[in-house]
Unconditional design. Structure first.
Length: 300
């Protein structure tokens, strides 16, 4: 009998880990950051520093450690063209102040790079399988996309959004609206907040938080992270202390059923806004028109 018990124990140890064996986390958060050609190296550093400062903020740290399980999992990658995504930090467990500090130090030390096109669809496509290989069991799955332009490369963003929502991944957006042409002369997109709202974000309590410039980005990402980590929904008159009064983008938050419980089998593809009046392929059309008008060519 003792030999049989010992053999069973060895067989159990040899079995692959199941969902029941994995540590539970309050949130699986993927941060996807735009490094397309419209962002110069200084702006890329401002973006990176914004995330570093946010994760060092005591309010954010308290929110991370104050959930049901007292921990979240986070991953961080940068994206540009349809097939260019750079994973800077893979899934990392944030379950203590020391772990959070180590994560932010890794971000701060990673090199800055810039690429060319803007493929939000490519970023979503890259992120979806990340949730399939996460070594933790997450109560919520959130993809946080920040960028300064609409999709102009790869597949349609709405197709990839649908695929993500089918996997019960909530997509939130942080459009950066700096009001200036990019280095190639492409004009600023004054409707980028609405584009993100209607074409990029989706899922229960999904929302858009607007950064009015790259200098405003640290404020916006701190506020956005607090909403995501604490799962408090859109901030309105909520007192967030030294994060400042809630503003910019709150009016863009999902309102339908914002605080009702989401059923385990609920279809996340239902949680999208009405079709965008300009069309969710507006970025592709604007890009083709610009390059044809300016240089007489159509981008590859």
């Amino acid at each position: 009998m003792a030999r049989l018990v010992g053999l069973i124990a060895l067989l159990l140890l040899a079995l692959p880990a199941t969902a029941q064996d994995r540590k539970e986390v309050d949130l699986a958060l993927v941060l996807a950051i735009d490094i397309s050609g419209s962002i110069d190296p200084d702006e890329a550093r401002l973006q990176r520093q914004g995330y570093v400062e946010a994760f060092r903020d005591p309010v954010i740290v308290k929110a991370i450690l104050g959930g049901n399980h007292g921990r979240i999992a986070v991953a961080y990658f940068e994206w540009s063209d349809s097939w260019i995504q750079k994973l800077l930090v893979d899934w990392t467990l944030l379950d203590s102040e020391a772990a959070i500090a180590a994560f932010t130090n890794r971000l701060a030390d990673a090199p800055i790079s810039i690429s060319r096109r803007t493929s939000i669809s490519g970023a979503i496509r890259y992120a979806i399988p990340m949730y399939g290989r996460i070594p933790y069991e997450a109560e919520r799955k959130v993809l946080d996309i920040s960028g300064d332009g609409s999709n102009n490369d790869g597949g349609l963003v709405t197709d990839m959004r649908r695929d993500a929502l089918k996997e019960r991944i909530i997509i939130n957006g942080l459009p950066i609206m700096n009001g200036r042409p990019n280095p190639f002369g492409f004009p600023a997109e004054d409707d980028l907040d609405q584009y993100y709202l209607h074409c990029v974000t989706g899922g229960p309590r999904s929302f858009v938080e607007v950064a009015r410039s790259f200098e405003d980005f640290p404020r916006a990402i701190r506020k956005k992270l607090l909403q995501e980590v604490a799962d408090i929904g859109p901030l309105n008159d909520f007192d967030i202390g030294d994060l400042g009064a809630a503003r910019d983008g709150v009016e863009l938050a999902q309102s339908g059923g914002a605080r009702r419980a989401v059923k385990a089998d609920e279809d996340y593809t239902r949680f999208v806004r009405p079709e965008y009046e300009l069309g969710c392929d507006v970025g592709e059309r604007r890009s083709r028109d610009f390059w044809q008008r300016r240089f007489g060519v159509t981008p590859d």
